[in-house]
Design a protein around this ligand. Structure first.
Ligand code: BTN
Length: 337
């Protein structure tokens, strides 16, 4: 069956159709004749498509009198691979795939101008001008998961500052459940492993007359990258280092991980939309590496050092200093003890 989730990509629609047919005959060869009749393509077009699919990383065996057989799917996060088995209802309703893009965030912000777009994902294999928080650069080589999601939530604007924390929670749960690792969250919304950053969240919000028009959430996950490359690029930007979740040899399927993350995110998002926010604070604090520590925070108003007590209902960090409690909504945290 043709995939209902639309996509915009430089990829050809016939590639998806051929993959679907090959997948439905996974254990046997399907003749070139049958492929061409079923898809309304010439035999030459089938052959060209198979060649393009091989270049995309699919292992397809071909035999003169038997036809074609899919031996192994690609490791690339192609749109039809993401939507095949995706259990979400709204997130990923459209998937825009790019091999290389300046920034998925910039593309998603353009999509936000179209009122019917909601839940759309923009994903790229690599970004040339990835954006981080506070106008920083975000290194985005091949092997990472770089995506932006456009959402039009009906929740109250007081939840806007809590929302990125919810996303970092969804990333953490996906890492726990799918990779059996124990990540931590670092205020406001970094995800760390052994003290090093493995994922970051960036939210661009548009608010009109006290109502959220849209949120574009950018998620960068160092899934399987060369950490040395990132560390070189972030020198002087992120002072506590970055790491890759998996090493070069790992065979974990990024598509499977991404699908699980999107499902988890949608569940959490729906819960927030129905006004259920208390659990976010609890779950976030449970995984936090910040709470209970002496921290030093650079804020737009200067540096504050004190003990991190917890987070407020809107995600603000509560820091105690000389008997006073400060509420901080933005800033970068250094853990001092
Ligand atoms: C941070 O500074 O911690 C946030 C990093 C967010 C990076 C992601 S990668 C996908 C999306 N596109 C961008 O240009 N940035 C975000």
């Amino acid at each position: 069956m043709q995939n209902k989730r639309l996509r915009h990509t430089s990829l050809d629609e016939t590639e998806e159709k051929v993959v679907r047919l090959l997948k439905s005959h996974q254990s046997e060869y399907i003749s070139g004749e049958r492929l061409s009749v079923s898809l309304g393509l010439t035999r030459a077009a089938v052959w060209k498509t198979v060649k393009r699919l091989r270049a995309l990383g699919y292992k397809i065996s071909s035999r003169p009198r038997s036809g074609y057989k899919l031996v192994q799917k690609t490791h690339l996060m192609l749109p039809w691979e993401i939507s095949d088995g995706l259990r979400t209802e709204m997130i990923g309703s459209k998937i825009y795939y790019h091999d290389t893009i300046d920034s998925t965030q910039s593309h998603a912000l353009k999509l936000a101008l179209k009122p019917h777009e909601n839940g759309s994902i923009v994903i790229a294999q690599r970004q040339t001008q990835g954006r981080g928080r506070n106008r920083r650069r975000w290194s985005s080589p091949e092997g990472g998961i770089w995506l932006s999601i456009l959402l039009r939530p009906s929740f109250d604007i007081t939840y806007v500052s809590l929302f990125p924390m919810l996303v970092s929670l969804a990333v953490s749960v996906a890492i726990e459940k799918r990779l059996s690792m124990a990540p931590r969250v670092k205020w406001p919304n970094d995800v760390t492993l052994s003290g090093k950053k493995v994922a970051g969240i960036l939210v661009d919000a548009s608010i009109e007359s006290n109502k959220i028009e849209y949120l574009v959430v950018g998620i960068g996950i160092n899934f399987k990258i060369n950490p040395r490359r990132i560390i070189r690029e972030i020198r002087g930007i992120n002072n506590y280092g970055a790491a890759s979740l998996l090493d070069r040899k790992s065979k974990v399927d990024p598509v499977n991980f991404l699908q699980y993350f999107l499902f988890e995110l949608e569940q959490m998002y729906n819960s927030l939309v129905s006004g259920n926010a208390e659990w976010i604070k609890k779950e976030w604090e449970k995984r936090s590496s910040t709470i209970g520590r002496v921290v030093s925070i650079s804020t737009p108003a200067g540096r504050i050092s004190g003990k991190a007590l917890g987070i407020d209902n809107d995600g603000a960090l509560l820091v105690s200093k000389k008997g006073r409690t400060y509420r901080l909504l933005v800033g970068d945290v250094d853990h001092e003890s």
